[in-house]
Structures are given as structure tokens and as C-alpha cells.
Design a protein around this ligand. Sequence first.
Ligand SMILES: *Cc1c(COP(=O)(O)O)cnc(C)c1O
Length: 400
Amino acid sequence: MKSEDFIKLDETYGAHNYHPLPVVISRAEGVKVWDPEGREYFDFLSAYSAVNQGHRHPKIIKAVMDQCQKVTLTSRAFHNDKMGLFLKKLCEFTGFEAALPMNTGAEAVETALKAARRWGAEKKGVPNGKQEIICVEDNFHGRTIAVITMSNDPDSLVNYGPYVPGFVRVAYGDTDAIEKAITPNTVAVILEPIQGEAGVRVPPEGYLTKIRSICTKHNVLMILDEVQTGFCRTGKRFAWQHENARPDIMCLGKALGGGVMPVSAIVADHKVMDVFTPGTHGSTFGGNPLASAVAIAALEVLEEEKLDENAERLGKIFREEVSKIPCKKVVEVRGKGLLNAVVFEKGFEAWNVCVALKDAGLLAKQTHGNIIRFAPPLVITEKELREAIAIIAKVFSTIK
Ligand SMILES: *Cc1c(COP(=O)(O)O)cnc(C)c1O
């Protein structure tokens, strides 16, 4: 079967909830992917940062193979001999006291929202049903009903009502707006330290530090959604470390699964995590032994290969070199580490640029029409990065 046949199958039998680039991937290794015809591409999306360790990292694949020979799923009705090791590793990696494993990023966010509401009722004394959570404009936290309630993106929202009460949305980048929105019933502020889906929007310097101090002052939990920015993507293990603004709850996902399977979690200290008691939250697959084995290997790879340092160093080269490419339509090159975006003029349709990049051997996807995110696996070498930049330069030079 050819690429066009696979695309036809997706269109015929699938729901049409995505608009993918017309490319089919049938094989992958490291920073490269191949289509059924054998054409080679750089992967500059990394499954929205879920493949930070590169495709099919040998250490992670070995962990999968080994664990498959032992036990893969137990549910939480019983203990297994992998989950505890995973939670310990995750706590050490993040510097938090406790972790609660789930599967997808949206579930990690839901878990954080539930933790905050329960903490509000039980520790802060907010009457149950009155808890308020502050979120920010243009956020992306996933696709569940509660999570889309926080969104202001019409595509995510329209005709999914009734929405969930208890959320207040304020402008991104504005700490005064957050402080003004706080009431005695506010239990948490939730945000992404860098907004990924919004087009890699980096907040003004000091933003996170200021929010940290506002939250502390008003006894409100600070929740950071590091599902996309976490695990070395921005040049630090977590994006909050750029400002040393340690949250009370951190939502994790994507690269925690090492590019193999969905693994997510929240981490927090006991004073928050202890609001959960038996039966009050859970997931059949959360913390399963296969996911735990994968996540341990995924974390070890980030550490052993110092992917934070690689992202920091190569990110600088990326922004410097791409900023030099002459192209009248580009208004900004921005990002941190290897989470970067090129912003074109308002109204510019970047889809055609993504198709041209694909034809030239590099896969990237536009967000909000005029922004292209460039986020390769963090195992990319400088030589590979420069090859990729040459492809980008060639394609940008043809934009009129
Ligand atoms: C991708 C993403 C999510 C949702 O993760 P899923 O695994 O798709 O549910 C949540 N928050 C952020 C910041 C994300 O980028």
C-alpha cells in the first residue's frame, strides 16, 4: 500500500477531528522518520514533545521488551514491583515529595484540578461547590469537558456545553489580573510556563516568580502544566526552573512516556497530595508496570544524555540561525531551548510552508494559521540541526 492509500483509510473510517499534513510515517529512528515510499524526513514536531528522547530510543525499547516478558498490567487493586520505583525516580527527578500516575496529559490536568478543589475544601476551608480556579487566556490543557471549559479557543469549545463552573480566565502575562481575580474561594491558579499550543508564547521575565509570590501571599495553589514544556524541552528539566518558581502541583505527560506510550502524572508535596484518600481518585491503567518501566527508562535517558544541556545549547543556535534567514513574512523567531516557533505576519497561511518543508524533508506543523513550531527530539546533534536549518532556509527563501 502507498501513502495515499493509508490517508484514504483514515479519511474513510476515521472521525475528522484532525487535519494532518499529507504524510504517512511507517518507520522512525532518533530524529528521523520515513514514509512507506522510503522518503526520509526530520521530525521537527516530536509528537508535540512526546518524543524528546528520540524515536525508539534503544534503552527505552529494551525496557519495554524486558517488561513485556514479566507483567504489563495489574490495576491498582494490587501492588506491582515497578510503580514504586517509577514514583521514587519521578520524585527525585522533579524534586517533589509525591507523585500520582495517570495516562494522558488531560488526565494529569484533571487530577491537578481535583487535588486543588479538594485541598480548597479540606485545607483552606472553602465551602465545597464554591471553589474557584484561575486560568489564563489562550491556554491549552487538553480535551476533557472540564479542561476545555478553561479554553477560549472556539474550535475546542463550540457546542460542547454545558461547561463546568468554577473557572475564571484572565489575560496571559498579566500578574495584576491574576491578583485582582483572587477571592476568598480561589483555590488555584493554573497555567503553562510557556504556552505551547498558543504558538510557543514565552511570558515576560519575572512572570512566574510574581505568580509564585501572589499564590503564596493569598494561600492559593500554583499549578504549572509542564506536559509540553517539561522534561528538558526548554533547556531545563522544567520550564519553571528558568525562574526558580516552584509550583505546588506540576502536571506531567508526553515525554514521560519516552515516545512509546501514554504516561502522565502530577507531582506535589504531601501537604497537597495527602488530600487523596482510598477511593477518591484513580485510573485502571495509571501506574501500570509496563508504563512504569518505560517512564523510568525515559527519565534515565534524559539524565544520562544531559538532554537539558543539549536543548539549551542547540536552541540558541536554532534561534540565531533561523533569525538570519531573509524572509519578509517572518515577524518573530521565539522560544526557549528546543521549543521554538517562527511567527509569520498576521493572516499569513503557514500550511503551504509546512507542505513545502515536508517536500524538502522536514516535518513541522503550523498552529493558529500563521505560526510554525519547531521542536525536534532533544537527541538531535548540532550537525543534524544545521542540516535541518538549511532545509528551513531553502524553503523560506521561496516564500513571496
Ligand atoms: C498536550 C498537552 C496536554 C494534553 O495532553 P494529552 O496527552 O493530549 O491529553 C495538556 N497540556 C499541555 C500543555 C499540552 O501541551
